[in-house]
Write a protein that binds this ligand. Structure first.
Ligand SMILES: *[C@@H]1O[C@H](CO)[C@@H](O)[C@H](O)[C@H]1NC(C)=O
Ligand SMILES: *[C@@H]1O[C@H](CO)[C@@H](O)[C@H](O)[C@H]1NC(C)=O
Ligand SMILES: *[C@@H]1O[C@H](CO)[C@@H](O)[C@H](O)[C@H]1NC(C)=O
Ligand SMILES: *[C@@H]1O[C@H](CO)[C@@H](O)[C@H](O)[C@H]1NC(C)=O
Length: 268
């Protein structure tokens, strides 16, 4: 009796740029080789450091039981484009992919339908260390199950509230080390940021000069890292000190004295 799980774990397809062959017996994970469907606990794609690019790899054929794959690691490659329908599968209705890791590539473009088919399960999307200049609004819009979105070390210049507002389960967002100058007060409306016990928001290392109290009103965070920005010393920031004391478990950042200046505004 061969169970589907075993079939997956023996179907090992190496996706190099040129090789078109497959191996049937391989211990996994093999470093520097892209393995589809081998993981002792969950079915996963291990494609870190596998010379992938410039396009995101296509999903393997029907035989690989891709509907059972829970995670894909495409980190440390040379992917620059995540193209339309990268995860769309014509044989299976639902792809159960939970976690996608594109950390450390050279991604500049995420096409509008890049993540089509991942709507039902995807909860973690890692896009750290890439070259994105803006949040891929349309590509993300249907990922309503997404919990955690990480965009550290890109070139983002603003947080686009239109995009985030459709992410109904988002409660962890990390946009450290970008060039963000402004977070719109309506930015997180619609998300679960600051509405769950384990909410976290990381925006250290950006160019924010001012934080609007309305952005944070009614939200409590487990972690809020607002450090290393370019805040102006002004009365309109005075709400922050009190907010951090009462609404944030783990606040990371400077509590400048001028945030507590006269003209104190309460956050109610
Ligand atoms: C994503 O990949 C990077 C680089 O390989 C790794 O350091 C990081 O832990 C991964 N993140 C997740 C959530 O798997
Ligand atoms: C990707 O999909 C969008 C929306 O359907 C379409 O406008 C665009 O032309 C497609 N891009 C490519 C390269 O096919
Ligand atoms: C999002 O879902 C709507 C409704 O099902 C669909 O029309 C649209 O094409 C989807 N967009 C993307 C980018 O998948
Ligand atoms: C602060 O952020 C900038 C990027 O905006 C980064 O280059 C710098 O290393 C950071 N400094 C610290 C102390 O983290």
């Amino acid at each position: 009796m061969v169970k589907p799980f075993q079939v997956v774990c023996f179907l090992v397809v190496i996706v190099g740029l040129s090789q078109g062959y497959s191996l049937r017996t391989a211990k996994c994970p093999i470093p520097n080789v892209c393995i589809w469907g081998c993981d002792s606990i969950r079915k996963a794609i291990h494609c870190s450091d596998s010379l992938l690019g410039p396009y995101s790899p296509e999903l393997p054929s029907k035989r690989a039981n891709i509907e059972d794959i829970w995670s894909a690691d495409f980190s440390q490659n040379s992917i620059s484009i995540i193209q339309n329908l990268s995860f769309y599968n014509h044989h299976y209705e639902v792809i159960k992919m939970r976690t996608l890791n594109y950390s450390t590539n050279v991604i500049t473009t995420i096409e509008p339908e890049a993540f089509a088919g991942l709507d039902t399960y995807l909860h973690t999307l890692i896009l750290d260390n890439n070259l994105l200049e803006f949040i891929p609004v349309i590509a993300l819009q249907n990922l309503t199950k997404l919990h955690f979105l990480s965009l550290n070390n890109n070139r983002l210049s603003s947080i686009d509230f239109v995009c985030l507002n459709s992410l109904l389960h988002l409660h962890k967002l990390s946009v450290a080390n970008n060039e963000i100058q402004d977070i719109s007060p309506t930015c997180f409306y619609g998300t679960r940021l600051g509405k769950t016990e384990d909410s976290s928001l990381i925006f250290r290392g950006n160019k924010l000069r001012y934080l609007n109290a309305c952005t944070f009103q009614g939200r409590k965070f487990q972690t809020l890292d607002y450090s290393n920005n370019s805040y102006m010393c002004m009365c309109e920031m005075a709400w922050l000190h009190n907010y951090l004391l009462t609404n944030v478990e783990n606040a990371v950042g400077e509590t400048e004295e001028c945030f507590m200046a006269e003209g104190y505004l309460t956050n109610s």
